[in-house]
Design a protein around this ligand. Structure first.
Ligand code: ATP
Ligand code: MG
Length: 423
């Protein structure tokens, strides 16, 4: 046998035993987004590399270390998208969706980051992202958070997640805070690790969410971001908090929450859980009022978030014992001269008349014993049995594979009525 080729490290197959849960989660998400009137947008998985460098920021972890970048045959630098916001803004500008308009958009699909694979962290992972354009008011920031809270409830994970919220203010406010933070940290260089030292010159705000406990200790005495915020951002934040209070959504204001991507301003938030170990952030987002202009469009406000589907699926698995349907409801078995044709006729009739049920016909021959084994394995609740006797009398035997009822003989004509009474 030839040597087998394996999947790329950190890129997972989603097997048939796993897809029902994924589909269940994805459907809940689609339903929730639809109930808020949001529209789906689909973008390519590959974009020109400069798009990400410009949107996400040259000195972010994502652009510095995590991108899958390669040259195509014309020597153009292309990148597998590490997130969806940049591509969504690109598409919005390109198709004139943003200027002087309001858009509430969402997308779902694979993202790629060259990270060390571990539980909840992969090189190909899946996000659902939401991006809102043209609305600067805090009402929409609140709506996004309400939408996520409603989604967690419908997924049965609401009790296991908490909301972290912050405002990082305007670019100018952040610049003056940045200076104050750097001045403070310059006096504590001995405590900073290599990573923090590097960030001191490239992206000092990221030091705030360092995992290093010693660094966190000195940060307790560091200047506080909110003392540097502009009044407009403070007012925006206060209104957001008021709206969340009004609908009873609890949050923790975390002044160290700054998020990893450069484009955020004002609101930033994360939903976190302690049920998944180190990879606890299931959803993160914020406002990015400067991004559209930065990417060449007319100045347009933006706010959005992305959630990681792998982490959501893991969390649902961990805390919510849902019963998922099997792929098949009815399995049709048949043995004897001429029975094959009626098996297929009955199956097609069921698919037309009971289209919500999943009907499978046995296709690989063999005696009843072999066929019933397949029927059991399929997970079907009922088998329809056609033998020569049934064929002659225009009937089928309905056998309850879960052993809850005796088998019944039903005429061809009554089969859909009978089956709709038992499902
Ligand atoms: P983290 O701090 O966990 O690296 P991040 O800040 O890089 O997350 P975002 O860029 O905000 O993450 O992406 C939004 C969400 O996408 C995350 O909250 C997480 O649920 C998910 N996510 C990000 N990177 C990965 C990955 N490598 N594997 C699986 N899920 C991921
Ligand atoms: Mg990351």
């Amino acid at each position: 046998m030839a040597r087998t080729i394996q999947a790329i490290r950190g890129m997972n197959d989603c097997l048939p035993s796993e897809t029902p849960l994924w589909q269940w989660v994805e459907n809940k998400i689609r339903q929730t987004l639809a109930s808020y009137g949001y529209s789906e947008i689909r973008m390519p998985i590959v974009e020109n590399t400069p798009l990400f460098a410009r949107a996400i920021g040259e000195v972010t972890d994502v652009v510095e270390k995590e991108m899958f970048t390669f040259n195509d045959r014309d020597d153009e630098s292309l990148t597998l998208r590490p997130e969806g916001t940049a591509g969504c803004v690109r598409a919005g500008i390109e198709h004139g969706l943003l200027y002087n308009q309001e858009q509430r958009l969402w997308y779902m699909g694979p993202m790629f980051r060259y990270e060390r694979p571990q539980k909840g962290r992969y090189r190909q992972f899946h996000q659902v992202g939401v991006e809102i354009f043209g609305i600067s008011q805090p009402e929409i920031d609140a709506e996004l958070i309400m939408l996520t809270a409603r989604l967690w409830k419908s997924l049965g994970i609401f009790e296991h997640v908490t909301l972290q919220l912050n405002s990082i203010g305007s670019l100018e406010a952040r610049r003056s805070y940045r200076q104050a933070l750097v001045d403070f940290l310059q006096n504590h260089l001995d405590v900073l690790d290599e990573d923090c030292k590097r960030r001191l010159t490239t992206n000092p705000l990221r030091i705030l969410d360092s995992k290093n406990e010693k660094v966190q200790e000195i940060l307790n005495n560091a200047p506080k971001l909110h003392d540097y915020l502009d009044t407009e951002s403070l007012e925006h934040f206060a209104q957001l908090c008021e709206l969340l209070d009004a609908v009873g959504i609890k949050y923790e204001v975390n002044q160290k929450l700054v998020r990893g991507l450069d484009y955020y301003n004002k609101t930033v938030f994360e939903w976190v859980t302690s049920a998944l170990g180190a990879q606890g952030t299931i959803c993160g987002g914020g406002r990015y009022d400067g991004l559209v202009e930065q990417l060449g469009g007319h100045s347009t406000s933006g706010v959005g978030f992305a959630m990681g589907l792998e982490r959501l699926v893991l969390l649902v698995q961990e805390v919510n014992n849902i019963e998922l349907p099997s792929a098949v409801d009815i399995y049709i078995v048949y043995v004897g001269e001429g029975t094959r044709l009626s098996a297929f006729t009955v199956a097609e009739k069921l698919r037309s008349e009971l289209s919500h049920l999943r009907t499978m016909v046995h296709c690989s021959g063999g005696n009843f014993k072999k066929q019933f084994k397949r029927a059991d394995k399929s997970g079907a609740k009922f088998a329809l049995v056609i033998g020569e006797t049934e064929l002659q009398t225009n009937q089928v035997v309905v056998k309850d594979l879960l052993g809850r009822a005796d088998q019944k003989t039903i005429s061809f004509d009554n089969i859909t009525t009978y089956l709709s009474s038992v499902f």
